[in-house]
Write a protein that binds this ligand. Sequence first.
Ligand code: BG6
Length: 505
Amino acid sequence: MNTPKPTILVIFGAGGDLTHRKLIPALFNLSLDGRLPEHFSVIGLDHKPFDESSFRSHLQNGVNEFSRRGKVSEETWDKFSQNVSFTSLDFTTPQSYYDLANTMRSQSQAWDVEADQIFYLAVAPTLIELIVTALNEAKLLSNPEKSRVVVEKPFGRDLASACQLNRTLTRVMNESQIFRIDHYLGKETVQNILAIRFANSLFEPIWNRRYIDNVQITVAERVGIEHRRHYYDSAGALRDMMENHLFQLLGLIAMEAPVSFDQDEIRNKKVDVLNAIRLIDKDHVGDFAIRGQYGPENSGASMISGYRAEPNVNSDSNTETYAALKLHIDNWRWQDVPFYLRTGKRLADRIAEISLQFRPVPHRAFPDSATKVWAPNHLQIRVQKNEGISLHFQAKKPGTAFTLQPAAMKFSYGESFTQETPEAYETLLIDVMNNDATSFVRADLETVAWSVVSPILEVWQNEEPNDFPNYTAGSWGPKAADAMVERDGRAWLLDAESTKEGDDA
Ligand code: BG6
């Protein structure tokens, strides 16, 4: 394992939720695992009025609450937090960036090395241009080998704004310095897709249109919009999840075999997939894209409000909290194989799963009496909750009569591996420190993803939905999404393992 070079990590917007819930718990765990370099420091910047000690105790609370290792001992926290400082800063004042440059220079001098500099932009998208321009003027981006910028999602809100943001960033730095983060790419089970596909000879020969009937990607959430109403109400499920997380999963599932593990080789192959997605004609969006919004659920003991009744959401909001797409990939491998993707808030369970359903046998030689229960072969990759893989097939049910019954071969991470799984942000932060952009989104991937959702966004924006709310909180989404798949003679598949009770963190 590579230990990164000496690093100064500057977090813009360090007073926000991301730092508290994800970044500092991830860095803290990396330090416990001995993955951070000997010379490492974090400079938190925000306009919020923290002082050094209140900032540290705010972060300590975050670690106690959100770290996968649970509550931290005072001693280990004190050791780690010595390397964390806070500066209250007005992002609009150019002098602040010169001061920052001086602080960073002094730190490097104290270590007697030229440290790598990472600027993590955990800020509202409207501040990005201002910050990168000022960083550039203060000469903080001038060494492409040493300076990197991490940009959080949302990366724009449509094709035009994403292209504009790319232009803004590449005006002041090289593409190789830009790390657009999509935390799904840091998830262990998502990274494992490359291993399953390309480290085994078993799957690749049947991973194509000859054997696969359809592919399904489900990312379902049980939670609603939590504390992010302002952002979510102007985003919706298509922008918040589909354009990024689900498309990244699609890229990994559908890509051609890479020639090497080179960061650009893998990203080239993913771009090829997204470039091959057939664009949905605006006149036929309704046949290929379904939107939904949850209404209240008040059966039994629980009572969940509908989206429109969430605090600070307009009572006539048309924001979709659910989106399902049917896509086609126009290339030799996938021609005519539909890819069904769905994601939503307040669904029946928290599940992220990819399902590859294989074609039926060409001829059923068994008598009808033997084949009363028949399920097509399918491979289920459980990305989230009860993480693992199941391969479903037909077997003879034990007994004197010849009767077939579906059975499954199951792999479970929990049973096969004893190591603790790192959080996605741990993996991704180490990658940025090691200057490895394999699991980050390159500009072309970002823009092609926006081009795919563009016609849908446009139609949904111009045509008001007339059936919202159209699914009950706690259900599996709108009926129209089931109908879209059923029209093709298929159904949404979920692995029984996924719906079992499990670690629902
Ligand atoms: C974020 C979305 O990117 O991913 C959230 O903005 C969503 O709305 C979250 O809840 C889901 O991430 P995970 O890792 O919990 O599946």
